[in-house]
Design a protein. Structure first.
Length: 170
């Protein structure tokens, strides 16, 4: 599948099959996150693979939406490895981690898996539930797995604003 077709077909999966994600596919997805471009090549992104029943239950308790996937990727960054912009003090690690998340989501789609980007969760609760994440700032949870039977994009998936509304040539 070419990139245009892949990016148009990918949707936020909200109904997961219990089928496990093969380690080979998970490795390819994680590699996509590892190889994402980062500022100054600092690689501040951190990815935690949650797949035990206990870990999934703890992560689920931190989210407002519940998808019950076989895997959740907790994506964040290590502020000690990142850098702050002098102009506004924004930590660039957040941007780098978001790029890594996007690449992993696209890699998953290419492999026939689905994801959804969950930005509405309680980071402090997540850090408390997972002491192994100490020192990181979580930015997203990515439920990951195979689509359940009957899963489909939302009814608005193909509704797109015209390019002219989104792009301005200056």
């Amino acid at each position: 599948m070419n990139f245009h077709a892949l990016s148009a077909a990918r949707y936020s999966l909200r109904k997961f099959s219990p089928q496990p994600v093969e380690q080979e596919k998970l490795d390819l997805i994680l590699e996509a996150g590892r190889s994402a471009p980062t500022a100054h090549n600092l690689r501040p992104q951190r990815i935690f693979v949650l797949r035990s029943p206990e870990a999934l239950e703890k992560a689920d308790a931190c989210m407002g939406s519940h998808f019950h996937p076989p895997v959740i990727l907790a994506v964040g960054y290590d502020g000690a490895v990142s850098w702050k912009r002098e102009t506004d003090g924004k930590d660039h690690g957040e941007i780098d981690a978001a790029i890594a998340a996007a690449q992993m989501m696209l890699q998953a789609a290419e492999l026939g898996l689905g994801t959804t980007y969950v930005g509405m969760f309680e980071p402090e609760k997540l850090l408390s539930a997972f002491p192994e994440m100490a020192g990181t700032t979580p930015i997203a949870l990515l439920p990951l797995g195979y689509p359940a039977e009957g899963a489909h994009p939302s009814r608005l998936h193909n509704d797109r604003r015209p390019l002219e509304e989104l792009v301005r040539y200056l």
